[in-house]
Write a protein that binds this ligand. Structure first.
Ligand SMILES: NC(=O)c1ccc[n+]([C@@H]2O[C@H](COP(=O)([O-])OP(=O)(O)OC[C@H]3O[C@@H](n4cnc5c(N)ncnc54)[C@H](OP(=O)(O)O)[C@@H]3O)[C@@H](O)[C@H]2O)c1
Length: 414
């Protein structure tokens, strides 16, 4: 007889969908620090509708977006979905993962029950007017982040995705390796290769904030693979060493400087003088790390308010600062004189389209890119792993948790 609920790691017969599942759930009354927000609960397994796929999750990647989901800001994701007419008053996060296709909805032809897949983290409506007119789906008004803006992400025994989110899992990767790199890797890839003519070219110096983080570890390797010269910013010597091992030409420790945050008022000459001194000293450290007096043609940004003034100042004439996040805040200042007179570009970038996802999976599966899996936890560690990320105390590179995959691969958290 079919069980209505299976224990984690206890796999139902292939294609058999139980009524309920374990999930790591966020509720509005628990919004706050991640260790408080996530709780294991039993919820109903969602049904795969037309074009959708139900995936038995083997492992899930940990990412910063569910730090934001726990906090309930800048977006209260649950209220926002309820306002749009959805019924669930809870959030199951997780915007990447690996697993096995367990059921398919009407019209799904690209994947079949039993396929091993990696899940990418964005959805859109393929029939929307902008996509039909040729827009990159990532720029479509219908686009949203799965496991953040939309529900039933990878922090559960079963995840619900659209069929195009399923990518063949390279057989050489473990479940946890396959689960950990696509969100950061494909985001960094689009930032560095998706905005021509500002794609990384041989010999280009590239400044990478948070070089030892998820995006940063991928960005260092992508830059090298394209012939660029990555210089990474870090906050301690262990992270600096990690970045150099990944291919960084050199590193800059941001804790040696204190000019961070919003720009002083242009009329406040004393404060502006102090800021200019700080940013020039940072620039000299960049040259030292690079080994020559050249400015970065590209700056990979995600730290936001604290660092944008420095990124814009340092970026080479006709270069680009490309940003995908604002960890330190969203109200960043740009001195427009440098933007227009030195003809720089400030470009927003968000995750990646399917072509870019496939490119990065190919780079990992052929060994050009290490997935940088630094830690593998169990299902009960999801809150703790996000808490460490929130506190900037998490391990380097990317992290994953095992959901239904065998426990053998687990490692200790700091
Ligand atoms: N739009 C998208 O598609 C997308 C995709 C992925 C990530 N993101 C966003 O990008 C951000 C980073 O993600 P991630 O996965 O790389 O996170 P991560 O693994 O936590 O890495 C971020 C790094 O930023 C550095 N950092 C922390 N505070 C900083 C500060 N005040 N100034 C400069 N650097 C600081 C830290 O390194 P040090 O302390 O060593 O400097 C940390 O390792 C998050 O806000 C995330 O939401 C957006």
């Amino acid at each position: 007889m079919q069980n209505s609920l299976y224990e984690l790691g206890d796999i139902p017969p292939i294609g058999t969908v139980p009524k309920q599942m374990y999930a790591s759930v966020i509720r509005r009354e628990r919004y706050g620090p991640p260790h408080q927000a996530f709780r294991n609960e039993v919820v109903d397994v969602p049904e795969a509708g037309p074009g959708q796929v139900l995936v038995l999750v083997m492992a899930a990647g940990i990412n910063y977006n569910n730090v934001w989901a726990s906090l309930g800001r800048p977006v209260d994701v649950i209220s926002s979905r309820l306002q749009q007419g959805e019924r669930e008053d809870f959030h199951i996060g997780g915007s990447e993962g690996s697993g096995v296709v367990w059921a398919v909805g009407e019209g799904v032809s690209q994947v079949s029950v039993g396929d091993a897949v990696i899940l990418s983290g964005c959805r859109w409506t393929e029939s929307s007017a902008d996509i039909r007119l040729g827009a990159d789906p990532m720029t479509s008004a219908s686009q949203s982040v799965w496991g953040y803006e939309s529900n039933f992400g990878s922090f559960a025994q079963f995840a619900l995705v659209d069929d195009y989110q399923c990518h063949p899992k390279p057989p050489g990767l473990t479940w946890e390796e396959a689960a950990c790199f696509l969100l950061t890797g494909a985001t960094a890839y689009r930032q560095l290769c998706g905005w021509p003519p500002h794609d990384v070219r041989p010999g280009d110096p590239v400044l990478i904030w948070g070089g030892a983080g998820g995006l940063g570890s991928m960005a260092i390797q992508i830059t090298r693979a394209r012939g660029g010269i990555p210089v990474a910013v870090v906050s301690d010597e262990e992270r600096a060493r990690y970045c150099r091992e990944l291919g960084a030409q050199g590193t800059v420790n941001r804790l040696h400087f204190d000019h961070w945050g919003r720009l002083p008022d242009i009329g406040d000459r004393a404060a502006m003088g102090r800021w200019t001194e700080g940013v020039r000293a940072f620039g000299r450290s960049f040259w030292e790390a690079l080994g020559e007096r050249r400015s970065p043609r590209l700056v990979l940004e995600h730290s936001g308010q604290d660092t944008i003034p420095t990124s814009m100042y340092l970026c080479d004439n006709a270069g680009m600062v490309v940003i995908c996040g604002g960890t330190t805040g969203y109200n960043a200042d740009v001195d427009l004189r440098f933007l227009w007179m030195r003809q720089k570009r400030l470009q927003g970038s968000h995750f990646a389209n399917l072509r870019q996802c496939r490119d990065i999976i190919h780079m990992v599966s052929t060994g050009q890119l290490d997935p940088c899996l630094s830690w593998t936890g169990g299902f009960d560690d999801i809150g703790k792993a996000h808490q460490l990320m929130h506190d900037n105390q998490h391990p380097q590179g990317n992290q994953a948790v095992l959901v239904n995959a065998p426990r053998a691969g687990m490692t200790e958290l700091p």
